[in-house]
Structure formats: C-alpha cells, structure tokens
Design a protein around this ligand. Structure first.
Ligand code: GLA
Length: 401
C-alpha cells in the first residue's frame, strides 16, 4: 500500500541499462514494519525534559540489557528537542541536543534505528515548533540527520479544524498527514511514519491511504491500569483495519513506569499489546529497570506472539462479568488467548472453547510460565491474579489413536 517510487527514478531510468539498481531504488516503508515496530520513546518517562545524554544512555542500555536483541530497535525522541528556525527556515534542535546528526550516528552505531517527532501544526503539543508550512524543509532536515521513524502528532493543527463539518475535518487531517508523507518520500529515505491523531476522524479507516504505517487509535495512555485498559478496549472491533505494514496503535508501553510496577499488571499490559498486534514502544527508564520488568519486556515467547508473521490482530471474543477473553490467530495454526481478570482481587476462570471456535478439548501452553499444560477442556480452572492475565497458546488436541 505504501510502496512509493523514489523521486530519482526518472533520472535513473534515463540510464536505462541498470535494472538491478532500479529494483533496489524504491522506498518501501511498509516493508520496514511487516510486523509491528518495536522500540523505545522518550515521552512516557522523560517528557519534554529529554536530553541528548538521556538518548545516548538509553541506546547503551537497550543493548546492554538485551532489549535490542529482543527486538526493541527504534530509539525515538518525542516532543522537546526543537529549537528555533533560522533565516532559511531550517529548524534547529535546542540546547539539550547540541548535534542531532552526531546523536543519530551514535544510535546507529549501536545497531539501532533513530526516530524523531513533529507536528503538522505550527506548535507541537508541548508548545515547540511544528512543521506547518515547513514540511518539505523539515523532511529534508530529518533525512540529513538519517532519521528512520517520524511520529507526527496533530497538536495545534486541531485549531484549524474547529467549527468545520466532520467530513471537512477528516479531509484536512488526511491532507496534512499526506503532505508530510510526500515530503518524506521526496527525500528518498525510508521512514516509518507514525500518525498521531488520538483516533480522531476514525484514522484507522484512512491512515494507510495517506501513507501511515501506524496510527494512534486513542487518547494518551496514562500511568494507571484503568487508562491502559481503556486504550486496549478502544481497539475492540478495529482489528480488521490493521495488518502487515499498517498497525493500530493504542499508545506506548507504561511497563516499568510509576503505577505499573506490579508484575501481574505489567503482564496484562504486555499480553494485551501483543494480542492486539500493537507497536511495542517501551517508555520506561532503562537505567532504573528492575530485573522483573526486563523479563516482562523481553519474554521471547510473548514477543513471538506480538511479532507473529501472519500479522492478524486479536479481537475481544467475550466479556463475562469481570473476565475478558481475547484471541489472536497465529501463523503456525495455533491461537494466542488472553484470559483477563479485571477485578482488584484474584479469581478463577474457565475457557469458553466454543466461543473461541475450538473443539471440546485443546492442547495448551501457558506462555508467561513457559509450561505445557497438555490437553485441557472447558472445565479446566485457571487462577487469574488481581488485574492479571493468563496468556495461553492453544492448538486443537491431537485426535487419540
Ligand atoms: C501528545 C501525544 C503524546 C506526546 C505528547 C508530546 O499528547 O499524544 O504521545 O507525544 O503529545 O507533547
């Protein structure tokens, strides 16, 4: 969908005899995110106080903690890096980021990717300079820094929408997002494009059409169980809009941040994000990360569900009182299932195999516990901790001989 032609192609084509080179000279951003992107973003922990030193230290820690090896590759500076425009209109970083290209080189030198943030409005959400009227210039600046990922956040562009009919608002948002996509493409550099409009205008219906590789479906996540559940629940019913190259984004992870120290809550947050096929953009302070948080963020079996090659997001199958059942079909024919307890005390729950479309008996693996449970049926009782989740991989049980 977002395979685009490199602007230099006509010139290259005039050289006629270079078919192999021509094949390589296309910008295919969707290919960069065949599975949901994984990385780290500065906003949830550092806010707009983030500095060059924070980013360098985070890049170091992504590698030394094993997060990078687990798949967290994009290091994204959110709001707060921008300084002033010069007489030519070029936007410079503020004093906290003395040399953005050198910082990008440092991040790339660690084998990681480098991401940045801007807005189609005149101002970003924290009041820094946005890209309005300077899209082409800013895209060229980002390309000169070797940026690999852009989060583009509506922010003050919203002011221009006030009082307009809804369909006009949507058309304007589409136009604003498309303008930056075109500007990025014109640089010839592949850039993952993350749209942020908090779900406005039902962005999931047109985010891919305007060249987005992911789009925020909701308001900002906050550091509470309720906020995390709200954002996850808002994606129930949106699963048909996402797939390889274009993903629904319920916002960045709070795992390891204030309010999310409880391992059971952390596991629920991660379970939902991998079941939803959500981007996994960590937002915690890696310097202060506990071993338990690291384990939750890097669990290989859990991340394998999130990065499953089939790329089909899960859906909420059932809500029975305080128990929710979510399921995601996987490439190997098995089904990842989350059994969630939304109560503030532990409880027990059984699986509705019929609602899951499975036979009367399945073979189950407890994913967080890395343990095969063998064949189970609808009478099998699971203990689900406070605000916790049992994450399972289910396969139809082998027919007995
Ligand atoms: C908005 C976005 C957040 C963050 C802030 C930065 O609120 O939704 O994710 O980028 O802006 O100001």
């Amino acid at each position: 969908m977002s395979r685009r032609t490199n602007p230099f192609l006509p010139w290259l084509a005039s050289l006629a005899a270079w078919p192999a080179l021509l094949a390589a000279a296309t910008v295919d951003d969707a290919a960069l995110v065949r599975t949901p992107p994984m990385g780290w973003n500065s906003w949830n922990y550092f806010g707009d106080a983030v500095t060059d030193a924070d980013i360098r230290r985070t890049a170091d820690l992504l590698v030394s903690t094993g997060m990078a090896a687990a798949g967290y590759r994009y290091v994204i500076i959110d709001d707060g890096w921008q300084g002033q425009r010069d007489a030519q209109g070029r936007l410079h970083p503020n004093a906290k980021f003395p040399d953005m290209k050198a910082l990008a080189d440092y991040v790339h030198g660690k084998g990681l990717k480098f991401g940045i943030y801007s807005s189609p409005g005149e101002k970003t959400c924290s009041g820094y300079a946005g890209s309005y009227g300077h899209e082409a210039e800013d895209a060229r600046t980002f390309a000169s820094w070797d940026v690999d990922y852009l989060k583009y956040d509506l922010c003050s562009y919203r002011k221009q929408l006030v009082g307009k009919p809804l369909d006009e608002q949507t058309a304007m948002m589409k136009g604003a997002f498309r303008t930056m996509r075109k500007a990025l493409d014109a640089t010839g550099r592949p850039v993952v494009y993350a749209l942020c409009s908090y779900g406005w205008g039902r962005v999931w219906e047109w985010g891919g059409e305007v060249g987005g590789n992911l789009w925020r479906t909701t308001i900002d996540i906050e550091q509470s169980y309720q906020s995390m559940m709200f954002n996850a629940s808002a994606e129930a019913g949106l699963e048909g809009y996402a797939g390889p190259g274009h993903w629904n984004d319920p916002d960045m992870l709070e795992v390891g941040n204030k309010g999310f120290e409880s391992p059971d809550m952390q596991r629920t947050h991660m379970s939902l994000w991998v079941l939803l096929a959500a981007p996994l953009i960590a937002g915690n302070d890696l310097a202060g990360m506990s071993p338990a948080t690291r384990e939750v963020l890097t669990d290989p079996e859990v991340l394998a569900i999130g990065q499953d090659a089939r790329g089909v997001p899960g859906r909420r199958v059932q809500q029975r009182g305080a128990i929710q059942l979510w399921a995601r079909p996987l490439a190997d024919g098995s089904v990842a299932v989350g059994l969630l307890n939304t109560l503030d005390h532990a409880t027990t729950a059984t699986l509705d195999l019929h609602a899951l479309g499975m036979g009367s008996s399945v073979s189950a693996r407890d994913v967080w516990q890395h343990r095969d449970l063998g064949p189970i049926d609808a009478q099998h009782v699971f203990e689900v901790p406070t605000y916790g989740t049992v994450l399972l991989k289910l396969k139809p049980a082998q027919a007995s001989r």
